[in-house]
Design a protein around this ligand. Structure first.
Ligand SMILES: *Cc1c(COP(=O)(O)O)cnc(C)c1O
Ligand code: SF4
Length: 467
């Protein structure tokens, strides 16, 4: 089979206009809705990076090249950026890497979409490359395992929190590492502040998980995440997919991967991986079961002509794709940004499914937003696009309450930034609490948290009041 490059699909090198779309303005201008341009860049943007100035579109478009040239250390950042890496920025990155629980890993694709002249404020840089100067102290109530996943382990690889759906984590490696990862306690390798027991995909160890699923006929939905399904080998995609499809009560499976957002080339050039996915998807269809991909775009800046081609490929193969974003301060927490992101996702046949309020994990205080802000965003997004493309803004209730519609809190003390949640169909009458980032509170609220004296007792008193 000839590659898309040979087939002439990747024309961006010869003709930067190839996949430009006309700028369309949406109605509702008078309501303040921003204009959206369905213009997916097809230029050779990576050539602005000194280290990749000579890289051809064929090389850049090869997923193996992307993997081989991923940036995983400050010295590699320096090597590819050359003079674009200023001394202060290098020092700031070094300080960031000393505080983050996440490893550094970026594909050349996502790395070269950063505006390096303006790296400090760049929304893509903020997701993957932490700067020491931007860190804030963790909230006193942060949790390593914000969603209490370890407390809901049915097998070493399976989280069973909800009655009819489960989360299978066959791998804890990803093709990139996000500073805001909710599973920072296990995903990627150890860092200066966090040692972890990361694991790669080990086929031989999944049988007890499969057996658990065979034995639990109430389970209808399986999310295959991690880590990232992009790093499962084709035979592992097949093994997991076919084994799950063989279990009669399992009706829907999703492979979760950030891949489409950070390395769309794999969809276009990893024939074996795509063939495995297509086989599972086709088998699912024959059995009237759903097999789809859940991906993870944060902003429109991650969508290019490569994304367009990758999505055309997935659409051609009949594979449904949905998106789950995390709400990240300074990245996508403004209505205009999220609105444009959602419109462009929908254009690409990617259904915006969830927007998560940032979990209470460490090293992320500067990236979190308040519940109030998430509620406002949810309100404004409603009605701007088809209902099935309207993302549900949810708070995954810390401590294991599961995903809750953000406006469905039981009570909310905005001054202290404490919201109370319940999850009657997941955890009965147990209460859960989410805490807004302290620097976003009023002065009085900030004072409450700054005073360490009897903080625990004061919190306990508040919690018993809200019962
Ligand atoms: C998110 C999640 C699921 C899937 O939930 P959906 O709302 O169907 O996307 C299943 N199990 C766990 C533990 C989860 O966190
Ligand atoms: S891709 Fe997902 S699992 Fe991997 S680091 Fe990012 S958020 Fe975490």
């Amino acid at each position: 089979m000839s590659s898309p490059v040979e087939k002439g699909m990747l024309k961006c090198e010869e003709d930067p206009q190839v996949s430009k779309r006309a700028v369309s303005s949406v109605s509702g201008k008078e309501l303040g809705l921003p204009e959206v341009s369905y213009d997916f860049r097809g230029d050779r943007f990576w050539r602005k990076i000194p280290g990749w100035g000579e890289v051809t579109a064929a090389e850049f478009g090869d997923y193996a090249w992307q993997q081989r040239n991923s940036v995983t250390s400050l010295s590699q950042v320096g090597k590819v950026l050359g003079p674009l890496l200023t001394d202060p920025l290098a020092k700031d990155i070094e300080a960031g890497l000393e505080r983050t629980p996440m490893n550094l890993r970026m594909t050349p694709y996502i790395f070269s979409l950063i505006d390096w002249e303006n790296a400090v404020d760049d929304p893509i840089r903020k997701q993957f490359l932490p700067l020491g100067s931007q860190f804030l102290d963790d909230h006193p109530c942060y949790m390593d395992d914000s969603l209490d996943e370890d407390g809901h382990k049915a097998t070493p690889y399976l989280i069973h929190r909800y009655p009819d759906k489960v989360l299978f984590l066959p791998i804890t490696l990803c093709p990139v590492y996000c500073s805001y990862c909710t599973r920072s306690r296990v995903v990627g390798g150890s860092t200066a502040v966090k040692s972890k027991s990361t694991y790669g995909a080990k086929t031989g160890e999944w049988e007890s998980t499969f057996q658990y699923l065979r034995d639990h006929s109430e389970v209808e939905d399986v999310v295959i995440s991690g880590g990232d399904a992009f790093l499962l080998r084709p035979e592992q995609i097949k093994e997991i997919g076919m084994t799950l499809l063989d279990i009669p009560h399992i009706r829907r499976i999703r492979f979760a991967t950030k891949g489409i957002a950070i390395m769309p080339m794999k969809i276009l050039t990893d024939e074996k991986w795509m063939a495995a996915l297509e086989l599972v998807s086709q088998t699912g269809r024959e059995r009237m079961k759903e097999v789809c991909i859940h991906t993870h775009f944060s902003t429109e800046g991650e969508m290019t002509s490569w994304t367009l081609l990758a999505m055309q490929e997935l659409v051609n193969r009949g594979i449904t794709v949905r998106n789950q974003s995390v709400l990240i301060r300074g990245v996508n927490n403004e209505f205009e940004v999220m609105y444009r992101t959602i419109k462009k996702l929908a254009y690409l046949n990617i259904q915006p499914y969830y927007i998560y309020v940032h979990d209470m994990v460490p090293g992320c205080e500067h990236l979190r937003t308040t519940v109030a802000e998430a509620c406002e965003l949810s309100k404004r997004l409603q009605g701007t696009i088809a209902g099935f493309n309207t993302p549900r803004v949810v708070c995954d209730a810390p401590g294991g309450g599961g995903k809750r519609e953000v406006s469905s809190f039981e009570s909310y003390d905005r001054e202290l930034g404490i919201s109370t949640w319940s999850a009657p169909s997941v955890r009965g009458d147990q209460k859960f609490y989410y805490y807004d980032p302290i620097d976003q509170l009023t002065e009085a609220g900030q004072k409450f948290w700054a005073d360490q004296n009897g903080l625990e007792e004061r919190l306990a008193a508040m919690k018993s009041e809200t019962r």
